[in-house]
Design a protein around this ligand. Structure first.
Ligand SMILES: [Mg+2]
Length: 254
């Protein structure tokens, strides 16, 4: 059994033909009981469900939404509730009011729409700031004394999230994998931007698609000890290339 934990936007999506090809191979593995498919995304659950219906995404077994602050397991319906034990663990360390206070007075900062701001995720856009990277650094500096409870995720030169310290894509996947009694060394992660970086920290096997943002490529380069595959192809074709590299498609895994 392999566990593939992939970002969606810019990693699986971007080229429909290559997604269709990858999706059919993943469906085959899943139906053979050889694959657990997890999406790890900034999307909300209903956007993931719409993606399965309309964008050709293969049906997943679990979805980690809102950058790993919500975990959903099948059956995945629009009325599904996030896993309570994960939510309660994160609520114990996180105060949205305090998180918002770290963003005060940053010139040019714009809050993201309310559906991307939740009790466990405080998210803004910094691309309207005079110097977005400096603004992100300033927010990190403000949180420095509180990193036992908060973390900053800076992605795509635009999106900044303040999340509970125990959350994020990588830690959410680890929580789910351990809870289901699965082997962490059978996990392969895939991503394209900075908010995927925590997955590469938590797991040794990872695929960076060719269209990845430099922030993730540089981060992947800096990792020691892991086995990060930088694909030659973009989007789903790159994910497919990486999964081949790790042997995920070799049938009848023991
Ligand atoms: Mg992405």
């Amino acid at each position: 059994m392999w566990i593939v934990a992939s970002d969606i936007d810019g990693t699986l999506t971007g080229d429909r033909d290559s997604l269709n090809r990858l999706a059919s191979r993943l469906r085959g593995l899943r139906e053979a009981g050889e694959l657990l498919l997890i999406y790890s995304t900034g999307r909300r659950l209903e956007q993931v469900i719409a993606g399965v219906a309309e964008e050709g995404l293969p049906e997943p077994d679990a979805v980690l939404c809102q950058v790993g602050t919500e975990i959903y397991v099948s059956p995945l319906t629009e009325h599904a509730q996030p896993m309570a034990v994960w939510r309660e663990k994160l609520l114990a360390e996180y105060s949205r009011q305090e998180a918002v206070s770290f963003l005060k007075g940053i010139e040019g900062l714009v809050m993201q729409p309310s559906e991307f701001n939740t009790e466990l995720k405080t998210s803004c856009f910094l691309d309207g700031c005079p110097k977005p990277d400096d603004a992100a650094d300033e927010i990190r500096r403000r949180i420095e004394l509180y990193t036992d409870r908060y973390q900053v995720v800076w992605s795509s030169g635009r999106d900044l999230d303040i999340l509970p310290a125990s959350s994020g894509k990588g830690k959410a996947i680890r929580f789910l994998v351990e809870r289901q009694g699965l082997a962490p060394d059978r996990v392969v992660v895939a991503g394209d931007t900075g908010n995927d970086a925590t997955m590469f920290v938590e797991f040794l096997k990872g695929v960076v698609v060719a269209n990845a943002r430099r922030e993730l490529l540089e981060f992947a380069d800096s990792l020691a000890g892991g086995d990060v595959y930088i694909a030659r192809k973009p989007y789903a074709a790159g994910v497919e290339e990486g999964l081949e590299y790790f042997g995920v498609f070799n049938s009848s895994a023991s």
